[in-house]
Design a protein around this ligand. Structure first.
Ligand code: 3AM
Length: 538
C-alpha cells in the first residue's frame, strides 16, 4: 500500500487510466477522498507530460459538476493525486444497469454536463476523452442507486461530475492537435481520420453519451478500433436515430452534435444555448432570487395595467421556479419549509399567469406545434452559424428547411400564430438572400444547375413572406409585435446568433406538484407530466 502524507489509505477502488485509485481518509479532518497513485516508472515521456498537464489543469478547476482535485504529492516512485470522493461510481456502471433513461432525466444530466463544459470552455480547456467512465456520480451512494433505479427521488439526488483530465489540455480557439487519443466508441471521426482536431471533439463525445443514455447503446456498438477507423476513413458511417421516441428538440440537438464533419457540428455557443439544455433556467443557488425579482417586475406591470408584460414576467419566473422545485439544488438540499414555499409560489404564479393569459387573449398552442416552431428557430440559428463560417450551401439548406416548415405551419394555422411566431421571417429572408448572393459569388465557376436549385429555396421563403404580409395587412390588432416577440428577437441580448428562448411550460397544479417528491416509479411520473395539457407557452 503506498504512503501518502496526511492520509490513511483504506482500500483499492480500481484501476484508472494511469494508475490505481484508493479510497482514503484525511487524518485530521476525516474527510473521505480518492487518491490516484501513478507510478512514475511506468510513465513514458508522453504520459509523464500528460500527468503534469492533468495536475496543472485540475488544480485550477473548481465547479459543481467537475471532480475537484484537492491536493497532490509525489515521491521517488509515485505521483499521488487527491480527489473529492464520488460515492456513486461511474455513469458507465449505471448505463450498464439501467440501459436507457427517460428523456427528462437525460435532459437533466446533460444540463449538468453542459454547465461543466461551459466552465471548461471559458477556461480554455478541452477534455478530449469524454466517456461515461470519466463521468462520476456523487450526491448518492452507488448502493442506493442500485436499489432505486426506477425511483425519481433517487435520480433527483444524482450529481454528475466530469473526471480524468489525463488527456485534456489547454487549447486556444485556433490551436489543434493531431495525435491519436481517447476511447474509440466516443472518439470523434476527425481523430480517426488523422485530421487535425480541436475542442469540438468533446461535442461529438457528448453526442454519443447522449445517444447511449437515450437508446441504451452507442451508435457504433460492437465495432473494434480498426473497424471504426476504416468505416470513418471510407466515409461509411451514417448515424441514424430510432424515430418517434423523443421530442423534436432532443432530436435536433442529437443531430447537431453527431455531425461527422466538425464544421457542420453544432458550435459550442449554440450547444450551450440550445433550448433542450436551457442552461439559463437550470436550478442554481440564485434561481430563487432571480424568480423573485421577476415576480416583483410582473406585479409592477400588473399594477400599471400592462397585463401582457405582467403575464410574460410571471411565466419567466415560473421557468426558474419549476426546475428548482422538481430537481432541487445540486450543492445544498432545499429544506421542507422552503420546498413548500416554492410549491405555493408556483401555484400562485400559475394562477395569476393563467388569468392574465385569458385577459389578454394570449394564444394557447399545443406542445407539438410549439416544438415545431422551436425547431424552426433552431434551424435559423444553424443557418446563421454556417453562414458565419462561410458554409453558404449548408446555410441555405437550413434556411430552406426553416422556410419550408414555416410555410407549412402558416398555412395550417390562423393569423394569430403567424403574427406571434413568424414576424421575423422578413429578416430571415433578407439574411438568406445575402447568403445566397455570397453562395452564388463563390460558385461562379460551377455549373448553373446548382444555382437554380438554390434559387428555388428562396421562392419557398417568398411564399411564406407573402402569407405573413397578408396577415399583417388584414390583422385588426394594433399590437402586431407583442413584447415577448421582441424577446424572441433578441434572445440573449448580447448573442444575436444564440437560440431564441422559446420554451414550453406545462400546467401543474397542487396534486401534480406533490407527485414530484413521491418515491414512486419514475416512469409513472414521467407519463403524468408528458400527458399534461399545455397551460401556456412562451
Ligand atoms: O473500477 P471502478 O469502476 O469501480 O469509479 C472509478 C473506478 O472505479 C474510481 O476508481 C476506479 C478507477 O478509475 N474512481 C476514480 N476517481 C474516483 C473518485 N474521485 C473514483 N471513485 C470515487 N471517487
Amino acid at each position: 500500500m503506498p504512503k501518502v502524507d496526511g492520509y490513511q489509505l483504506n482500500h483499492l477502488i480500481g484501476k484508472g487510466s494511469y494508475g490505481h485509485v484508493f479510497r482514503a481518509e484525511k487524518k485530521i479532518s476525516h474527510e473521505i477522498v480518492a487518491i490516484k497513485c501513478i507510478p512514475l516508472k511506468s510513465l513514458s515521456k508522453n504520459s509523464h507530460d500528460n500527468i503534469i498537464n492533468e495536475i496543472s489543469i485540475l488544480k485550477q478547476l473548481k465547479h459543481d459538476f467537475i471532480v475537484q482535485m484537492l491536493d497532490f504529492q509525489w515521491d521517488k516512485a509515485f505521483v499521488y493525486m487527491i480527489f473529492e470522493f464520488c460515492p456513486g461510481g461511474e455513469l458507465a456502471s449505471i448505463i450498464r444497469l439501467k440501459r436507457s433513461f427517460p428523456e427528462e432525466i437525460v435532459q437533466h444530466f446533460l444540463q449538468q454536463l453542459a454547465s461543466a463544459m461551459k466552465y471548461l470552455r471559458d477556461n480554455n480547456v478541452a477534455h478530449l476523452d469524454l466517456k461515461p467512465q470519466n463521468i462520476l456520480i456523487t450526491g448518492i451512494h452507488f448502493v442506493q442507486l442500485l436499489n432505486g433505479l426506477n425511483s425519481f427521488k433517487v435520480w433527483r439526488q444524482v450529481i454528475l461530475k466530469i473526471a480524468d483530465f489525463g488527456f485534456s489540455q489547454h487549447l486556444t480557439n485556433d490551436e489543434s492537435v493531431d495525435s491519436l487519443r481517447g476511447s474509440p466508441l466516443y472518439m470523434a471521426p476527425e481523430i480517426f481520420k488523422r485530421q487535425k482536431y480541436d475542442a469540438r471533439v468533446d461535442l461529438w463525445s457528448i453526442g454519443i453519451i447522449l445517444y447511449e443514455c437515450l437508446f441504451g447503446r452507442t451508435p457504433l456498438h460492437g465495432m473494434s478500433m480498426s473497424e471504426i477507423a476504416q468505416a470513418y476513413q471510407r466515409n461509411k458511417v451514417h448515424i441514424e436515430f430510432p424515430k418517434n421516441k423523443l421530442s423534436e428538440l432532443c432530436y435536433d440537438l442529437l443531430n447537431g452534435l453527431l455531425r461527422i464533419d466538425p464544421e457542420m457540428r453544432i458550435s459550442f455557443g449554440n450547444f450551450f444555448s440550445h433550448p433542450f439544455i436551457d442552461l439559463e433556467h437550470m436550478p442554481m443557488v440564485d434561481s430563487f432570487k432571480k424568480a423573485k425579482n421577476i415576480i416583483a417586475k410582473a406585479i409592477d406591470f400588473e399594477t400599471k395595467s400592462e397585463y401582457k408584460s405582467a403575464f410574460y414576467n410571471f411565466r419567466e419566473a415560473l421557468l426558474y421556479l419549476m426546475p428548482l422545485y422538481r430537481w432541487g439544488l445540486p450543492t445544498q438540499p432545499i429544506s421542507v419549509k422552503k420546498q413548500e414555499q416554492l410549491r405555493k409560489m408556483i401555484v400562485e404564479n400559475m394562477e395569476k399567469a393563467e388569468k392574465l393569459q385569458q385577459k389578454c387573449g394570449i394564444i394557447n398552442i399545443d406542445s407539438k406545434l410549439l416544438q415545431e416552431i422551436q425547431s424552426i428557430y433552431n434551424l435559423i440559428d444553424r443557418a446563421r452559424d454556417f453562414a458565419s463560417k462561410n458554409l453558404y450551401s449548408e446555410s441555405l439548406d437550413k434556411f430552406e428547411l426553416a422556410f419550408d416548415k414555416s410555410l407549412k405551419i402558416m398555412k395550417e394555422n390562423d393569423s394569430k400564430i403567424r403574427n406571434e411566431f413568424f414576424g421575423e421571417i422578413n429578416e430571415w429572408m433578407t439574411e438568406a438572400e445575402t447568403v445566397k448572393a455570397k453562395y452564388l459569388a463563390e460558385q461562379q465557376q460551377q455549373t448553373s444547375s446548382k444555382e437554380i436549385a438554390k434559387e428555388e429555396k428562396i421562392f419557398v421563403a417568398q411564399e411564406a413572406i407573402e402569407l405573413y404580409h397578408n396577415d399583417t395587412k388584414s390583422s385588426t390588432t394594433t399590437d402586431s409585435k407583442p413584447d415577448w416577440y421582441l424577446k424572441l428577437k433578441e434572445p440573449e441580448k448580447s448573442n444575436l446568433s444564440g437560440h431564441s428562448k422559446l420554451l414550453i411550460h406545462k400546467k401543474v397544479d397542487d396534486k401534480k406538484l406533490d407527485k414530484t417528491n413521491d418515491d414512486n416509479d419514475y416512469n409513472n411520473v414521467d407519463n403524468v407530466v408528458d400527458n399534461e395539457p399545455l397551460c401556456f407557452v412562451q
